[in-house]
Ligand binder design. Structure first.
Ligand SMILES: Cc1ncc(COP(=O)(O)O)c(C=O)c1O
Length: 480
């Protein structure tokens, strides 16, 4: 059993072990991952680290103890509100990320409606199918039913279908700017008007776009209205640790009025430990990310963000053109910024992802329809040509028939048949076998396309959820 070592190790020994632990991590410094890491330069990283460590020990839980952090937080929030079309009333907080911001927005909507629409016992929120799963997490945590509405053929929210999903229990509607899976902006103006018409709250999830779309528009690209300039938008989220390029974890949640934000906050007055106020989900609040965000926004200024956005947009357009020029590949829809998805009607994109993985690139795989996710940020400008060359080579390999692929297809068909007659545990075992047969090696297989093929055929989504829970449990099982 793993315990705290009886005697401490040397500082160098500890750091060496940690360096070694990174060996198998994705090489983000080389721009090999799309999403997860947002990076501008070593110079900027050094600024972020310096600001972060300067406030490494401070705790934002008590703003009276650390007026410095209070200043940073309120100023970052104010600058974000101004960037997103907010007037003097718009207010908010820094959270630990998009998920916490969305949890807060849903909790606030629930508590607001408890006061303003007390007749509602089983609150619901209406959201496009493409909205981030953090809303579903919020739904589970806070007892709000999530009503998912299919999107249009261009992957944007379907306003009429959203209208049809509103019931007397609806408290909140949601739109994304842009959505994560396909990078397109929902028709926020129409959706927010619909919400207003029914007296509902409306959240624009601009976790991805909040710190980029205003600059994209300033550069002259078309960006539909999505922020507080739209009447009816009552709350928003924007992630500092995504296209704000700040240190993780940091996001901003905003409300149109202080009255609305009051429902986000928590106060407990009967604790022997004293009166306990807390603005967001967490108790203790790290000072580092708040300080780093403030430092970066002041260091870059609008000019810096415009320059970065210009580079990112040019890189994204260049990549999109390059992808469309590769036989068999296309870009889904017409995304407004630098988040998009690669799809194919002719070849299996999961196999393309496998081939890219073998060449050191990591792209997230999506489904309904199968596609590969791209979040292009500043660090990808330097690797765009290399990526396109590898993508072309990967697609070329996938286009060619091979014995491995025929075997893989046969095994998927066989497994597909068996999943209809075997219990869930056996399906799980079978998937393990298929993956090791086709992917080879221990741990996670190097080729995941067969697994994705099989997952797509599973007759029961409940089984799939259990399988994924098993996987998550296994990945985070205690070390021994
Ligand atoms: C649109 C959108 N909202 C919310 C989130 C959640 O953000 P986080 O991973 O920081 O919790 C994401 C993450 O990718 C996102 O794309």
């Amino acid at each position: 059993m793993l315990t705290i070592p009886a005697k401490g190790r040397s500082k160098e020994g500890v750091l060496e072990a940690m360096r070694a632990a990174r060996d198998h991590d994705i090489k983000w410094e080389q721009g090999r991952v799309f999403g997860l890491v947002y990076h501008i330069s070593d110079e900027i990283d050094n600024l972020l680290k310096e600001a972060f460590t300067m406030f490494f020990a401070e705790n934002g839980l008590n703003p009276t103890a650390f007026p410095s952090l209070r200043k940073f937080e309120t100023e970052v929030v104010a600058m974000t509100a101004a960037l997103l079309g907010g007037d003097q009333n718009v207010c908010g907080n820094i959270t630990t990320g998009g998920t916490e911001s969305l949890l807060m927005a849903v909790k606030t909507a629930r508590d607001w409606s408890r006061v303003h629409r007390p007749g509602i016992r089983e609150p619901e929120m209406v959201l496009p199918l493409t909205a981030h799963p953090a809303f579903d997490k919020a739904a589970e945590y806070f007892g709000v039913r999530a009503v998912h509405v299919p999107v249009r053929a261009d992957f944007r929210a379907d306003v009429e279908a959203m209208r049809a999903a509103i019931t007397s229990n609806t408290i909140l509607m949601v739109g994304s700017a842009p959505s994560y899976p396909h990078g397109v902006i929902d028709p926020i103006r129409e959706l927010a008007a619909l919400a207003q018409e029914h007296g509902l709250l409306f959240h624009t999830d601009s976790c991805v776009g909040g710190y980029m779309l205003p600059f994209v528009r300033k550069l002259g690209y078309p960006v539909p209205d999505f922020d507080f300039s739209v009447p009816g938008v009552t709350s928003m989220s924007a992630d500092l640790h995504k296209f704000g390029y700040a240190a993780k974890p940091a996001s901003v949640v905003l409300y149109r009025t202080p009255e609305l934000r009051r429902h986000q906050m928590f106060v407990y007055i009967d604790w022997p430990g004293g009166i306990y106020p807390s603005p967001t989900m967490t108790g203790s609040r790290a000072g580092g990310p708040v300080a780093a965000a403030w430092a970066l926004m002041n260091y870059l200024g609008e000019e810096g963000y415009l320059h970065i956005t210009d580079t990112v947009m040019k890189t994204a357009k260049y990549l999109q053109e390059g992808i469309k020029a590769i036989p068999g590949l296309t870009v889904l829809s017409d995304p407004e910024m630098s988040v998009f998805a690669i799809a194919s009607a002719k070849i299996d994109v999961n196999e393309v992802a496998d081939e890219l993985e073998l060449r050191g690139w990591h792209l997230d795989r999506q489904h309904f329809p199968a596609c590969l996710h791209m979040t292009v940020n500043y660090m990808h400008a330097a690797v765009a040509d290399e990526f396109l060359a590898d993508l072309e080579a990967a697609a070329g390999v996938v286009r060619k028939p091979s014995l491995r692929k025929t075997a893989s297809k046969f095994l998927i068909m066989l497994a597909d048949f068996l999943t209809h007659i075997l219990p869930e545990k056996w399906v799980s075992w079978l998937m393990g076998k298929v993956s090791s047969l086709l992917g080879g090696g221990g741990g996670l297989p190097s080729r995941l396309a067969p697994i994705y093929g099989l997952i797509g055929t599973l007759p029961n989504r409940g089984d799939l959820k259990e399988l994924v829970l098993d996987l998550l449990d296994g990945l985070t099982r205690r070390a021994s």
